[in-house]
Design a protein around this ligand. Structure first.
Ligand code: SF4
Length: 260
């Protein structure tokens, strides 16, 4: 029991270390005093040079722009997923098929237990053909690292596979045409838990107008799979105070993949 608590506290500090970029040392002595230099977070963490800091891995950053399915799927051998990619990657069922730079299928492990879903590609994603790149994507990688995962361990996708102009919200007809692709991806991956990143993706998939705050507090399922609602990484970049709440949301993942 005591070890469980220590592991939880240690993981919590890792979260702050990776997300806030501050050095964290956990050896049983914790400074809980407030500190203004950690973005007004509720808990200040004693900053000391930690020997293990050198072993912290850099977040996963795709090496180059890619549109090929062989580069999007970390673990090969999923013929159905590859065939599905080739089936839909030239889709123009809605107007976004004519304005996109790149179709953004999603990427990761097609046998992943964990699936993250955003609303739609943004500018960087559209240019590179990859989901969650740019600053928000880098923060997502850090969040995964704090949870002891890498991008290769999960699958990341969006509700829409093409960028809406000026990053506007998805329109109903775009969702109507594109959501079946997401459902097919979920069917092929069969994750144990899905995490909706941001209000829009959660509202679109849950067919509700509830606020993010309200959705975060409730249990949901999507396609009969447990569904967690949390902040979009871009929102966390704008409002760092929400990172502590995001940590609480993401901690729920362990309960679904470990059967806790
Ligand atoms: S957003 Fe979806 S439905 Fe619309 S063109 Fe792109 S892939 Fe097709």
């Amino acid at each position: 029991m005591q070890n469980d608590v220590l592991e939880d506290v240690s993981a919590f500090f890792d979260w702050y270390k990776t997300v806030y970029g501050n050095t964290v040392r956990f050896d049983g002595r914790v400074d809980l005093s407030l500190s203004a230099d950690i973005e007004k977070t509720p808990i200040a963490i004693k900053q000391q040079a930690a020997p293990q800091q050198a072993s912290v891995k850099k977040p996963y950053i795709p090496k180059k722009a890619t549109k090929g399915i062989d580069e999007l799927l970390i673990h090969q051998g999923n013929a159905e997923m590859k065939a599905f990619y080739h089936e839909i990657n030239k889709c123009a069922k809605c107007g976004l098929g004519h304005t996109r730079a790149n179709f953004v299928f999603g990427m990761g492990n097609p046998q992943a237990d964990i699936m993250f879903i955003g609303e739609a590609p943004g500018r960087d994603e559209d240019l590179q053909g990859l989901p969650f790149v740019g600053k928000a994507g880098q923060l997502l990688d850090k969040m995964l690292f704090a949870l002891r995962f890498k991008r290769e361990d999960v699958f990341i996708a969006n509700v829409l596979k093409c960028r809406p102009p000026n990053n506007r919200d998805p329109l109903p007809d775009e969702v109507m045409h594109c959501e079946p692709y997401l459902k097919k991806q979920i069917k092929l991956i069969q994750p144990k838990v899905i995490i909706a990143l941001g209000r829009i993706s959660a509202q679109v998939l849950l067919k509700t107008q509830d606020s993010l705050g309200s959705m975060r507090q409730k249990d949901h399922s999507y396609e009969n799979i447990p569904f967690i609602v949390t902040y979009h990484p871009a929102a966390l970049l704008r409002n760092p105070r929400w990172k502590a709440s995001a940590w609480i949301d993401l901690k729920k993942i362990g309960g679904f993949i470990n059967g806790q």
